[in-house]
Design a protein around this ligand. Structure first.
Ligand code: NAP
Ligand code: GDD
Length: 434
């Protein structure tokens, strides 16, 4: 029953959707599992909501109040009878308490965060409040509402914790060395979980996730920034791409694989911490080269450090990539590569790296040809949609988007694959550029 814990019987107002649903459908009285997702409007939150709804969960999402729309990734779920959103913020303890006492979730996925590493240097105190103390607020809310024996909790921990890496590859036992206010805040959160798990026997698990990307990735993260720029350069609407440290290396997986991993982590009998990674790493520079190759441009480099430029090998004067120190971070994380052995064994998680394959790459042969054919089908469809005036709704000619999607198509699915499925994903992709 709502309100039995110390938080009282406070009532929370759901966002304007599903008003016709009686509140009872969203309580776990009928054996259906109930999940609460903070950060449901983000890349991972939106995929996780879809994943849990398919598993017949009742899904509650927390949406931040904003004067502009921030729901583009979840709008397609509005009509789902088992999906509901509530206004909330990780900086507001009472709000968290009210939500938990009303919803009484079986599982909480805490994905809400100020998630941009560079921005965390500009907004360090806010980042600490949301990404660090915000987690403690939620943990305390679970206890205050008397849910510590029934509610499992997933925390979105991060490979950024390894920062200036002490070991290659990084695994669960690798010491942390955070290199940004974001990572420091996430370290506070990580250890808060471990402490409450040991102190109060709560089911609290950290997923230490390496970078994961998708068509829904925010446009200021490097993969989307590059692929959007390459697509725009290809279409002639942009002339150059400006980047910071192109020698940083990352272990890039697909967000859809990783949200499944989050769920698997919470299905464990005993709470534990897991690295989710692909075990493969690539530099931003390589990523740039492969992305341009997808539109038929071979990038060559000349100059050094801030004076280095990437130019079109077919035209020495056509500089396409420039370094802008404004994108440098005060302290950088140079190399991330995860060792997912524990997850592979413990939760049977297998993530695939989503790094772009080049036309001339090693992966050639019939398989590669078929992937490329699909890729070009997608590009053509994008172009058609742009002409039809959809360019405000979609991210046109987004190379990685196409490639990522194609990489999700299994051999058996391949024959029945349709561009429409890609387009559905594109439509749900973000279009804001900050
Ligand atoms: P994202 O797209 O930036 O989404 C972040 C979400 O948090 C958004 O829904 C955002 O709301 C919400 N949020 C921000 N501030 C909040 C606050 N004060 N209270 C409540 N919600 C708030 O991030 P993501 O890539 O999906 O990542 C999800 C989580 O995993 C984050 O915690 C991130 O730090 C962590 N993580 C991500 C990766 C990765 O590679 N993607 C790797 C490791 C860990 P708005 O939509 O209103 O902004
Ligand atoms: N964003 C951005 N923009 N990054 C750039 C740029 C640029 O113009 N130029 C070079 N980079 C480099 C960054 O310095 C970094 O080394 C790398 O590209 C990746 O940057 P992001 O895509 O912004 O991701 P991140 O690795 O800093 O952080 C992401 O992954 C973490 C997990 O390792 C975020 O999703 C974090 O929330 C997450 O915890």
């Amino acid at each position: 029953m709502a309100g039995s814990g110390a938080c009282g019987s406070a009532h929370t107002s759901p966002v304007h959707i599903n008003r016709q649903q009686p509140p009872s459908i969203f309580t776990n009285t009928d054996g259906q599992k109930v999940a609460l997702i903070t950060g449901v409007t983000g890349q991972d939150g939106s995929y996780l909501a879809e994943f849990l709804l398919k598993k017949s969960y009742k899904v509650h999402g927390v949406i931040r109040r904003s004067s502009s729309f921030n729901t583009h990734r979840v709008e397609h779920l509005y009509e789902h009878p088992n999906f509901r959103m509530h206004y909330g913020d990780l900086t507001d303890s009472m709000n968290m308490c009210q939500l938990l006492s009303t919803i009484k979730p079986d599982e909480i996925y805490n994905l809400g965060a100020m998630s941009h590493v560079k921005v965390s240097f500009d907004m360090s105190e806010y980042t600490a409040d949301v990404d660090g103390v915000g987690v403690l607020r939620l943990l305390n809310a679970i206890r205050s509402c008397g849910l510590e024996r029934t509610c499992k909790f997933y925390q979105a921990s991060t490979s950024e914790l390894y920062g200036k890496v002490r070991e290659i590859p990084q695994k669960e036992t690798t010491p942390f060395y955070p290199r940004s206010p974001y990572a420091v805040a996430k370290q506070f959160a990580f250890w808060s979980l471990v402490n409450y798990r040991e102190a109060f026997g709560m089911h609290l698990s950290n997923g230490i996730l390496f970078n994961h990307e998708s068509p829904r990735r925010g446009a200021t993260f490097v993969t989307r920034k590059i692929t959007r720029a390459v697509a725009a350069i290809h279409r002639g609407t942009q002339s150059q791409l400006e980047l910071g440290n192109i020698d940083a290396k990352r272990d890039w997986g697909h967000a859809k694989d990783y949200v499944e991993g989050m769920w698997m982590i919470l299905q464990q009998e005993a709470a534990d911490d897991f690295v989710l990674a692909t075990g493969e790493t690539h530099s931003v520079r390589e990523f740039v080269e492969k992305a341009f190759l997808e539109v038929g441009i071979t990038i060559k480099w000349r100059g050094e450090a801030v004076n280095e430029v990437g130019y079109d090998s077919a035209d020495d004067n056509r500089v396409l990539v420039k370094i802008n120190p404004k994108y440098y971070r005060p302290t950088e994380v140079d190399l991330l590569i995860g060792d997912p052995s524990k997850a592979k064994k413990g939760i049977r998680m297998a993530g695939k790296n989503v790094f772009l394959r080049s036309r001339q790459g090693n992966g050639g042969g019939r398989h590669q040809t078929s992937r490329l054919r699909q890729f070009y089908t997608v590009l053509k469809t994008h172009t058609a949609l742009c002409r039809a005036g959809f360019d405000k709704l979609i991210v046109p000619n987004d190379c990685i988007l196409a490639e990522l999607f194609v990489s999700r198509v299994s051999k058996t699915d391949r024959k029945s694959w349709r561009a429409a499925r890609v387009l559905r994903d594109i439509r749900a992709a973000p279009v804001r550029v900050v």
